[in-house]
Design a protein around this ligand. Structure first.
Ligand code: NI
Length: 231
């Protein structure tokens, strides 16, 4: 599944984030890479424990919580605190599959880290596509390669089981936020069917209203979620 979420952030929110990020320290992206991906990861990122970056991450989490398309596609149980990266000219990230489990440090610094199974990966674009060349996110699935380069403020959500890479930036600088989601519905085909069903029900409600049959379909949707979700 590869789902685009247009305008997750407004133009004003993107401008605010870019202004804040411009003043932050950026470090080599290999800081959070595993041994295998360290050799193919060439980018910069804001250290995870930067307080101002956590504030921006919370803004993104809040926007996700209000976005019906995201809620329907992800059926999120946990979202990894959003991180921020950038690719300047010559930077890229070779083909890889993201780590299966990520650990979130507790905010008070005590207790065991929270584990997140990465069912879905997300990239939130923060640069106008006209301002850079290259830097496409290429996601491989069984139907081939999908090249993704979206407007600033748009999100792409894709299965974390997919191999993917970021092509070299040849002009400008590509800034984005990235994070992972543990879904309540672990099985990707079940999650995809629920998204299809919910999207169709929402469209039907607009077209014909809450008829008896639409209400029954909504009930069916919830009963399938009950069957497949772990919370
Ligand atoms: Ni990745």
């Amino acid at each position: 599944m590869l789902v685009q979420i247009p305008r997750l952030l407004s133009t004003e929110q993107v401008a605010h984030m870019r202004g804040q990020l411009a003043g932050m320290d950026w470090v080599d992206g290999r800081a959070t890479a595993g041994a295998q991906s360290a050799g193919i990861k060439h980018n910069l990122q804001v250290p995870e424990d930067t307080p101002a970056a956590r504030v921006l991450g919370d803004m993104i989490l809040s926007a996700l919580g209000q976005n019906e398309r995201f809620m329907s596609a992800a059926l999120a149980l946990r979202v990894y605190p959003p991180m921020f990266n950038r690719y300047d000219p010559g930077m890229n990230f070779g083909a890889h599959i993201d780590n299966s489990i990520r650990f979130v440090k507790p905010s008070l610094g005590t207790g065991a880290p929270i584990r997140i199974r990465t069912d879905m990966s997300a990239t939130l674009f923060l640069t106008d596509p006209a301002d850079y060349d290259g830097g496409e996110l290429v996601v491989e699935d069984t139907f081939g390669n999908h090249s993704v380069k979206l407007a600033a403020g748009d999100l792409v959500l894709y299965s974390a089981t997919s191999r993917h890479h970021v092509t070299p930036v040849t002009r400008g600088s590509r800034w984005s936020s990235f994070f992972w989601i543990q879904s309540m519905v672990r099985d990707e085909s079940a999650r995809t069917m629920l998204f299809e069903l919910d999207t169709s029900i929402q469209a039907l409600r607009k077209q014909i209203g809450d008829t008896h049959e639409v209400v029954r379909l909504t009930g069916l949707y919830h009963n399938l979620v009950r069957r497949w979700a772990d919370v």
